[in-house]
Design a protein around this ligand. Sequence first.
Ligand code: HPA
Ligand code: ZN
Length: 335
Amino acid sequence: MKEFIQSLPKVELHLHIEGTLEPELMFELAKRNKVDIPFNSVTEVRDAYNFHNLQSFLDIYFQGANVLIHEQDFFELTWAYLLRCKEDNVLHTEVFFDPQAHTERGISFDTVINGIHRALVKAATELNISSKLIMCFLRHLDEVSAFETLAQAQTHKDKIIAVGLDSTEIGNPAGKFERVFNQALEQGFLTVAHAGEEGAASNIYEALNLLKITRIDHGVRCTDDNELVKQLVTERTPLTVCPLSNIKLKVFERMEQHNIVSLLRKGVCVTINSDDPAYFGGYMTDNFLAVNNALPMNKTEIGQFTLNAIEASFISQSEKQRLTIATQSYIDQHQ
Ligand code: HPA
Ligand code: ZN
């Protein structure tokens, strides 16, 4: 099964590019950019990756992002992630970035997006990996800052498919960003949002109704509300689930208790994603393996995660069809 999972075509829909910063690159960039980091070695950094909830992770995540200064840094960060995608046979990826994590430190929006975008373009030609870019607003910041960020994105609309919402869920309800999301929708962006990761199932309703989101990031707390699960099945609303992240951030204590496989079997459009792989101990293949080790599935079920991700992606119908055929034939050939 390990070989089947390793070579299975994959599509990633929930990946924070700042969360792919491996300690080795963090050190290299800290040195090159003369940025102080509170660690003396790669081992010390990895030892600090012991989180007890979302906030304890976010503190370290924003601290790590401080070493990213120049366009080339954002390029190298993104390129390193795309090379990992190649190893895991990820054919398409939809990447989040957090502009405010950088503009708040005086780095320009253009520097950030140009570096990331250059790597994505190079991957399309050199690695045969397609991609979309999703701009997230940090929900712990205010509405004014989100509007400013949306304004900065105007000259880069051709590079951004959707806007999203991440960072601290509890205490920062979706409603805080209803007006920003409405403006983004009017401007032609699609919308997604983190909801029901740490926060209650009611946050998922709120994000669906107020922000008009087309997919829910995480959303695992939906199982607290049977009516909501039924609605998700009927409407095929996708959930971008991140299994290793959920364990690291103690959303579930153990993988055996994770609800992803039971949601799949109920007919929810669940997908497997890596979230912040440098911090949570694994990329796409690692996430698939971790789920299957704890909650064994057959090959059709494992392959369904990719078919769901293709359905939930923001690519054209013809691209969806091409990836679906490739994935289905891989599954059929390996029965
Ligand atoms: N949740 C919320 N915000 C985030 C996450 C997450 O899992 N990863 C990076 N920012
Ligand atoms: Zn996330």
